[in-house]
Design a protein around this ligand. Structure first.
Ligand SMILES: NC(=O)c1ccc[n+]([C@@H]2O[C@H](COP(=O)([O-])OP(=O)(O)OC[C@H]3O[C@@H](n4cnc5c(N)ncnc54)[C@H](OP(=O)(O)O)[C@@H]3O)[C@@H](O)[C@H]2O)c1
Length: 278
């Protein structure tokens, strides 16, 4: 496990990597600062093309909230700072309407320096009220991905997509967001939304942050509608482990692995063609 030390100077470097003004490799840095470059570099770099990363914060027993829905501080302080750093490195943050209705998040960058990303909510039935905090006019773009015709307040962009079995195609969501200029995206939750992108083979990275608390019951992070029966069929990503202080991050590279391992069994959306066996 690499212990991460996000000093102001290494964070400045990572922001410079994000804006294409510096590389993530050169320079004299401590081992902890190097670990920070390793963790954030793949999300910050723009020369590798747009990145889709999902992040979920959970307890030791795999819960993301209590039974009563208390989810605010599952992650410890360093896990929360990590989430804000990821927000600062992407062009847009995507959440499902379940999280928007339940947590009322603002999706801004407050625990580190950096720009606020565009805020995107997947709201197929148009349930999110117009006065939701994430739709407030604070300078960042706000986009609602809808499957119905529903007007939104001035300044809120609508990405209208077709519904199939009451579902929106995650690939069309991604394509639509890229068409309006958003490249790198953070899928921030909840579990339903992240699982949709994971099962469609659209995540380049999945970060699972674990905080040392045991909740005992409550919603779990990632829950597939079509789980594997045998462990040999489980997805086994290429994983790096980083110690943040209060939390541990499992940083999983998916890319081709998701396409190879998941799609033949799980995907309702044959969007990435799976290479023939052998
Ligand atoms: N610990 C963490 O890191 C973390 C992060 C975020 C959220 N949370 C917690 O997670 C819980 C909410 O998670 P959740 O899984 O219930 O909800 P969610 O993923 O936030 O939202 C799910 C809803 O979004 C819509 N949606 C998402 N993808 C869709 C698609 N491809 N097609 C159509 N609709 C789509 C659907 O809305 P409709 O229902 O209208 O069809 C779906 O029911 C809350 O307790 C929140 O506090 C925890």
């Amino acid at each position: 496990m690499q212990a991460v030390d996000v000093t102001p100077r290494v964070w400045d470097r990572i922001l410079a990597v994000r804006s294409g003004q510096a590389c993530a490799c050169c320079g004299r840095f401590s081992a902890g600062e190097r670990a920070a470059l390793d963790l954030y570099g793949p999300v910050a770099r723009r020369d590798l093309g747009p990145v889709t990363v999902a992040q979920i914060g959970q307890s030791l027993d795999g819960r993301i909230a209590t039974m009563s829905g208390d989810a605010r501080d599952v992650s410890g302080p360093d896990g929360l700072a990590h989430l804000h750093r990821l927000r600062a490195l992407v062009d847009g943050v995507v959440i499902g309407v379940g999280t928007a209705l339940h947590d009322h998040p603002r999706l801004t960058v407050r625990l580190c320096s950096g720009h606020d990303p565009a805020r995107i909510v997947i709201d197929p039935r148009g349930r999110l009220p117009d006065d939701a905090p994430m739709l407030a006019a604070t300078g960042a773009r706000r986009i609602v991905v809808q499957g119905v015709d529903r007007p939104r307040p001035r300044g809120v962009e609508i990405l209208r997509l077709p519904l199939h079995d009451r579902q929106l195609d995650p690939s069309q969501i991604l394509d639509g967001l890229r068409t309006v200029g958003l490249g790198s995206l953070l899928i921030e939750g909840g579990g339903t939304t992240i699982t949709g992108f994971l099962e469609a083979g659209l995540l380049d990275r999945l970060q699972v942050s674990i905080a040392p608390l045991i909740i005992g019951a409550g919603p779990q992070g990632l829950t597939s509608r079509t789980p594997v029966d045998r462990l040999k069929d489980a997805l086994r990503p290429d994983t790096r482990v980083f110690g943040l202080g209060s939390d541990i991050v499992f940083d999983c590279g998916l890319g081709d692995l998701a396409a190879r391992c998941m799609l033949p069994v799980h995907s309702k959306h044959p969007l990435r063609q799976v290479p023939a066996a052998g």
